[in-house]
Design a binder for this molecule. Structure first.
Ligand SMILES: [Ca+2]
Length: 315
């Protein structure tokens, strides 16, 4: 039976590819897409999700708009945007489905409590999920797993210490990590080798149709915004967000190791850091399964398979 999931995201061109993958993968039953502030303001991420689902022909899947701001900190703005293509600029030329009237927090809680979803995949800041957990803690009994893209065991990407999704709302990440729900964390260290190569763009373009064409535009836009800033930067722009849904559907794509993960909430230079203790020092108890390695070739093949299936779905 396909895995019933909610995808909580902040499209974002890589999140939009994540929606395509979740909507197309044979082993995923996408029950709702929830959005919040992150890569763009909340109204824009909701609209981008609505555009993406409409393009995918899956307008039966509800899209919710969510958190306008983080729980505590001030909202951050994404640093590098491609204002010429894909979903960073406003796209009045592209049709989107109507938004679900519910706030993302309510769409999450009601979908979970009605038995509609057992897994939440997150590819943005964790504000909506933290709000849902605080407002309706009963969902912890029903949720079987959170697959969370964010954090790092090494360097950050937005600051030297912190990764973007966590840094956007560290207090929300703290709430989610402390909820007692099994969590798979995809850190940037493990995601970096899964790159958007020219070959991947060629394979995506070959899928054809509206899905293949728009997915190609999304990939090319991501490559445009790639700013390899450090000596340890990957060779290609990492694919990132779609990989979270792929790992939720096919855990065998990833090697994981249990660890204690805490969020730094007070550090002067390290605010938002995921402090990852693989050694479980002292009396530390593991609370997260951290992805330490991904099967790159299989992950990219699975990405193409999901897009191809979506492009050919007879809906
Ligand atoms: Ca994202």
């Amino acid at each position: 039976m396909p895995l019933p999931i909610i995808l909580d995201c902040d499209p974002g061109n890589d999140d939009a590819l994540g929606i395509f993958v979740a909507a197309g993968h044979a082993a995923i039953d996408l029950r709702a897409v929830t959005t919040g502030a992150g890569h763009l303001a909340s109204d824009r991420t909701a609209r981008n999700a609505a555009i993406t689902l409409h393009l995918s022909g899956r307008s039966n899947i509800p899209v919710g708009a969510g958190a306008l701001n983080p729980l505590v900190r001030e909202r951050m703005i994404a640093g590098v945007l491609d204002m010429a293509s894909a979903l960073d600029p406003e796209r009045p030329d592209l049709e989107g489905q109507d938004l679900d009237p519910r706030h993302s927090m309510d769409l999450i809680t009601q979908t979970v409590l009605s038995g509609g979803a057992t897994t939440i995949v997150t590819t943005g800041p964790l504000t909506n999920l933290a709000m849902a957990l605080r407002h309706t803690p009963e969902i912890t009994a029903t949720l079987e797993r959170i697959v969370m893209l964010g954090g790092s065991w090494g360097l950050g990407n937005k600051t030297a210490a912190a990764e973007w999704n966590i840094l956007c709302d560290p207090e929300a990440a703290h709430v989610v990590l402390g909820a007692g729900i099994p969590i798979t964390m995809l850190p940037i260290d493990a995601l970096s080798p899964v790159g958007i190569t020219p070959e991947l763009i060629k394979r995506t373009h070959a899928i054809g149709g509206p899905v293949g064409s728009f997915a190609t535009e999304l990939l090319q836009s991501l490559v445009t915004t790639f700013r390899p800033g450090s000596t340890m930067a990957p060779k290609f722009m990492p694919l990132n967000d779609p990989v979270a849904s792929l790992v939720a559907a096919q855990p065998e794509l990833a090697q994981t190791q249990p660890a204690r993960v805490d969020i730094e909430l007070t550090g002067r230079h390290t605010y938002g850091r995921t402090v990852v203790d693989f050694g479980l020092r002292g009396d530390a108890v593991a609370n997260v399964d951290v992805v330490t390695q991904l099967d790159c070739d299989r992950t990219l093949d699975t990405f193409i398979d999901a897009l191809t299936r979506l492009a050919n779905l007879d809906i």
